[in-house]
Write a protein that binds this ligand. Structure first.
Ligand code: SF4
Length: 347
């Protein structure tokens, strides 16, 4: 390993590029993900091989462009990760329309860390305008099932967050959704849409009040903070690299049109430290010019950074690494505390 090499303890592996919904602003819903990344799911044997060959990995994010719960090997993956003391997360997001009771129970039993549920409304009518084919009542029922098992096992895991993408058609239901989230023991977070042309926000003042960043659009965010809403995504190339279900190393969660080799064939550290990946990281630091074969070259986040001359800073990378380490340490403390009290044991 040279001074530029990385060996992160956290990685992201797409559990499934399959999704049953047709959300208008999502590249999966539009069929683009299937075209570039294939339609499929992470097989247990591949997950096991990856984990066994890279035993320093401590933390894995499973959700990405598709629906994690459509992975047929999910139960085995959850159990194996627990046996290997690996933290699993679905913080990127799930729609939670279809989840078997067996899997929901396993998430609690094997201490799946956390999950973000994408629910953009407080009624079926509003929810289904964006989550096309989605069933609001089924999602709420699945959350209640999880809460039931959390009570049964006396466990805090998984932590649940309600993510609400704000549009013009649902802004009037933000408060009601927040109230429901509270009743369901979930945290609540609003998010800006990535597409201003689909159902744009109508009441800008209301949305500014509801957003932690105090802005009502990505353009306002750029103006207020002097950088793109998604610039933090680039840090994943150092701290939390994204892989496709078939082993292709994608680098970050925005890129799906090019890769940096195949982890299942070439090895994880080889893909993370090959010439192409190192060059991409140097581009993001502003140390190298754009290059045609690097996926970032065609990315709007990179184009924005290039335009403004605002690059990833070394301190941002260190901060992100620390954030990840703190998250893992906090989780260990919680498990120790519950187990000391004789609660939440795997039965
Ligand atoms: S520039 Fe785009 S593709 Fe490259 S790391 Fe950043 S978000 Fe990902």
């Amino acid at each position: 390993m040279n001074s530029m090499s990385i060996k992160p303890i956290s990685i992201r592996i797409e559990a499934s590029t399959i999704c049953q919904l047709k959300c208008p602003c999502c590249p999966t819903g539009r069929g683009e993900i299937g075209k570039f990344l294939g339609v499929g799911y992470l097989k247990f044997e591949d997950f096991k091989m990856m984990v066994d060959k890279n035993p320093w990995i401590r933390n894995i994010e499973l959700s990405h462009k598709g629906e994690m719960f459509l992975n047929r090997d999910l139960l085995k993956i959850i159990k194996y990760a627990y046996e290997k003391s690996i933290i699993l997360r679905a913080d990127n997001g799930v729609n939670l329309n279809n989840a078997s009771d067996e899997v929901l129970e396993a998430m609690v039993r094997y201490k799946f860390n956390s999950m973000q549920c994408a629910i953009d409304g407080a009624t079926q009518r509003t929810y289904s305008i964006y989550r096309i084919n989605g069933d609001f009542d089924k999602v709420i029922e699945n959350i209640k099932r999880l809460n039931h098992y959390k009570m049964q096992y006396r466990s805090e895991f998984p932590y649940l967050n309600w993510q609400f993408i704000v549009f013009g058609h649902n802004e009037h239901e933000i408060k009601a959704a927040e109230q429901m989230a509270q009743e369901l023991n979930m945290t609540f977070q609003t998010k800006l849409s990535n597409n201003d042309s689909f159902s744009p926000v109508k009441d800008m003042d209301l949305v500014r009040k509801e957003m932690a960043s105090g802005v009502a659009s990505r353009a306002e965010y750029k103006k207020k903070y002097g950088k793109s809403y998604s610039q933090r995504t680039c840090l994943l190339l150092w701290s939390y690299p994204q892989m496709n279900f078939d082993g292709r190393m994608l680098g970050c969660c925005e890129n799906y049109k090019g890769d940096y080799g195949n982890v299942f064939q070439d090895g994880l550290l080889e893909c993370l430290n090959n010439e192409k990946m190192n060059y991409a990281r140097q581009m993001l630091l502003g140390h190298e010019k754009s290059r045609e074969d690097i996926p970032c070259t065609r990315c709007s986040v990179y184009k924005g950074m290039n335009e403004m001359g605002i690059w990833i800073k070394k301190e941002d990378i260190v901060r992100k690494d620390l954030e990840m380490l703190n998250g893992i340490a906090k989780r260990k403390d919680m498990i120790r505390d519950t187990e000391k009290a004789g609660e939440g044991q795997v039965r």
